[in-house]
Design a protein around this ligand. Structure first.
Ligand code: COA
Length: 388
């Protein structure tokens, strides 16, 4: 028996939007409801994610506003904020609520605007994102998120000899996948040479190692296991794990190991009764190329120390033995932070339904999504399966 099922999925394009947050969310939400064949009157609760709306757009009490724009005013709405893991946490809680019998039909999703459409440029948005670093020990030192993941990746390079060229292969792969995704922020391919030629953002990351600032929204409809068969093409949620780790980075014993991802994956795999070997593909949180390397190892998809090698050898390509980020990942699909977690669930659902078009992973039956927040101190891992 699955914990719950996803019966509808929707998302906007990720990129630049001049649409207000609640309208952007409503577009994704109404698409998910339409896909599920669910009326607004059937939705029992909205689990809603937005991380930075208060700081970026002076927009704080967004849960009921978003619900109103979808036509859901009246039902309970929970708003989640967990940095970049915001909507994966909303998804976990929706699955738990359905699994516990509290609700039968829940709409879950997230929205964010991070581009200059908010009135904030790259420098201002970088400062806002940096508020997810430790207030006393890291923010005063000027640590920003390219710097956070540069530190974790530098440690990985030191431990295992991972190279900048291997990191560049992650960017090349994800831009290639993104070029096949009509909703991706970037639709252009790149090359290892172009990545290595780019300006340095935070050593070892160059421009093309970084995800962009994006606007966008995503949503899914989660229903109780016993209701799933009354919808077209349900996708089972087999397990959802959630773990946290030590903050600040200076207190992490092994920063390149991303322990919360390992703990969250272990919980999700145990619930699913299936381990890393049984995953046909993964969507992982590649906010920077090095983050994908760390995630691929933490999820057990490749051996420790082999994340960079696997990317360079083509093992993580769509036709490799462990395909990672067929959507283009955060790197090319984009990263509107509060929308990223449920966008990964949308991508899993599309492949498991056989509806992912040109980027379809052949014969995909089971897949894993990994969404992290902050310096990876919050991580949510979800396993989903095609319903037999
Ligand atoms: N990947 C690929 N291309 C990118 C890019 C990215 N991340 N960011 C910008 N570009 C492109 C733009 O499309 C533009 O191309 P064009 O000249 O052909 O139009 C060009 O690079 C310059 O864009 P601009 O918006 O001026 O870039 P920027 O210097 O202001 O910002 C980064 C670039 C990498 C510094 C910024 O995107 C960034 O900080 N990303 C990380 C965001 C982050 O930390 N998220 C949280 C993760 S936990």
């Amino acid at each position: 028996m699955a914990r719950a099922a996803v019966v509808g999925a929707g998302m906007t394009t990720f990129g630049v939007h001049d649409t207000p947050l609640q309208e952007l969310f409503a577009a994704a939400a109404l698409e998910a409801l339409d896909d599920a064949g669910v009326e607004t009157t059937d939705v029992e609760a909205l689990y809603f994610g937005n991380a930075m709306g208060g700081q970026a757009e002076n927009d704080t009490h967004l849960g009921p506003t978003a619900a109103s724009h979808v036509g859901l005013a009246g039902i309970p709405v929970q708003r989640y904020e967990d940095a970049c893991a915001t909507s994966a946490n909303a998804f976990k809680n929706a699955v738990q609520a359905v699994d516990a019998g509290i609700h039968d039909v829940v709409l879950v999703g997230g929205v964010e605007r991070c581009t200059p459409e908010t009135g904030k440029d790259t420098a201002a948005m970088t400062r806002i994102f940096a508020s997810a670093a430790h207030r006393q020990y890291e923010q005063p030192a000027g640590l920003t998120f390219p710097g956070v993941f540069a530190l974790l990746t530098k440690r990985h390079m030191h431990e295992y000899g991972t190279t900048e060229e291997q990191l560049a292969h992650v960017a090349v792969k994800n831009h290639g996948n993104g070029a096949l995704n009509p909703r991706a922020h970037f639709g252009r391919e790149t090359s290892v040479e172009a990545v290595l030629d780019g300006p340095v953002v935070a050593d070892p990351f160059r421009l093309m190692d970084c995800c962009p600032f994006s606007d966008g929204a995503s949503a899914v409809v989660v229903v109780a296991d016993d209701l799933a068969d009354s919808h077209d093409a349900p996708v089972d949620v087999a397990g959802v794990g959630h773990a946290t780790g030590v903050v600040p980075i200076a207190d992490k014993a092994t920063p390149h190991v991303t322990k919360p991802a390992r703990d969250a994956a272990a919980a999700a795999y145990e619930q699913a009764g299936a381990g890393a070997d049984a995953m046909d593909f993964a969507e992982v949180h590649d906010c920077f190329t090095g983050a994908e390397v760390l995630a691929s190892e933490a999820l057990g998809l490749v051996e420790d120390g082999q994340g960079g090698v696997a990317a360079a050898d083509g093992r993580t390509a769509r036709d490799g033995d462990v395909p990672i980020n067929p959507s283009g990942g955060l790197k090319a699909k984009g990263h509107p932070i509060g929308a990223t977690g449920t966008a990964q669930i949308v991508e899993l659902a599309e492949h498991l339904r056989g509806e992912a078009g040109e980027r379809q992973i052949a014969d995909a039956e089971r897949a894993v999504a990994h969404n992290l927040g902050g310096d990876a101190a919050t991580t949510v891992v979800s396993v989903m399966e095609a319903r037999p």
